[in-house]
Design a protein around this ligand. Structure first.
Ligand SMILES: NC(=O)c1ccc[n+]([C@@H]2O[C@H](COP(=O)([O-])OP(=O)(O)OC[C@H]3O[C@@H](n4cnc5c(N)ncnc54)[C@H](OP(=O)(O)O)[C@@H]3O)[C@@H](O)[C@H]2O)c1
Length: 273
């Protein structure tokens, strides 16, 4: 290992959403304790944390002070804010936690968080696949100087942790490219459907698509179902993916347009589920 963690590290999860609860649960076997911060979180998050058997601490500052490793796994638009709160909480602390920035953010956002917390204290992470309660479907890509330390924590868990390299931002770059396919592309069906309805040509369009072999109902149904519950969170992810493309001089309009379409899908479900 290139940095020392205690044999049974305390691991903080910010926050136990659908993904964070599965990460926290996966790490329990290796950790002394997996903790989460109660302040400001919804009943749905508290319930997920309880079901995953995570230990509640009052707030983010106490979590940051107690943790050897912190996993930031929250809506992408909140990633920078969470990092700033961690930075404020650990300011002056001799032993800094290793922070896994596991959100779907741009490489520049990761670099900024590295500058804030110290690049040697940050590992870039990107999850591709659903919350992992069983092996075989979800890969956690890791990059950064101590990516190997984090990969080792996930050994034997449902997360297949893979180290991409030592450069912060490469894991997030991979996720931004993947998201163009998984989230920006399907948003075209939402735009196409709304446009055809506005023009009053939706029946004819459906007919033409069927005649030319396109399974429009399946494609539209799939994205509509998921946009209703996750679209609000994908707005931030699409903006971050757009920033990633803009930073290397590629058109960023695909992801920005997708962000606009997902914005129309409304606020988070009131249950917080
Ligand atoms: N779910 C997936 O399939 C999936 C797959 C790959 C990657 N990811 C990544 O995982 C991350 C989290 O996704 P998720 O599915 O776990 O989302 P989620 O189920 O919506 O959970 C989000 C968590 O963050 C908290 N939160 C909400 N607003 C916040 C804010 N403004 N500041 C700080 N925390 C906030 C929520 O707390 P409240 O309950 O209080 O709102 C909740 O605990 C995202 O970066 C996403 O890209 C998810």
């Amino acid at each position: 290992m290139s940095t020392e963690l205690p044999p049974r590290p305390v691991i903080g999860i910010l926050h136990p959403g659908a993904m964070g609860a599965s990460i926290g649960s996966a790490l329990k076997g290796r950790a002394g304790a997996v903790i989460w911060a109660d302040a400001g979180r919804s009943q749905a998050t508290a319930k997920r944390a309880e079901l995953a058997d995570l230990v509640a601490v009052p707030d983010l500052a106490s979590l940051a002070r107690r943790s050897d490793v912190i996993v930031s796994i929250c809506p992408p638009h909140a990633a920078r804010d969470v990092a700033e709160q961690i930075a404020a909480a650990v300011d002056g602390r001799e032993q800094r936690p290793l922070v896994v920035e596991a959100n779907a953010v741009s490489p520049d956002t990761v670099a900024g968080i590295g500058a804030l917390l110290g690049p040697e204290h940050v590992v870039d992470g990107a999850v591709i696949g659903p919350p992992a309660w069983e092996k075989g479907r979800t890969v956690l890509w890791l990059a950064g100087r101590h990516a190997d330390v984090i990969a080792e924590l996930f050994a034997g868990t449902p997360f297949d942790a893979r180290v991409l390299g030592s450069e912060l931002g490469t894991a997030s770059a991979l996720k931004a490219c993947f998201a163009l396919q998984s989230k920006a592309l399907p948003a075209i069906w939402l735009a196409l459907d709304e446009a055809a309805r506005s023009f009053g040509v939706d029946a004819e369009l459906r007919g033409e698509l069927a005649r030319t072999g396109v399974d429009y109902p399946a494609a539209l149904g799939a994205v509509t179902a998921v946009a209703g519950t996750k679209g609000w969170r994908w707005v931030g992810e699409m903006e971050q993916a757009a920033d990633a493309f803009a930073a290397i001089g590629l058109p960023d309009g695909f992801s920005r347009a997708a962000a606009e379409m997902y914005l129309r899908s409304g606020p988070p479900p009131t249950t917080g589920a």
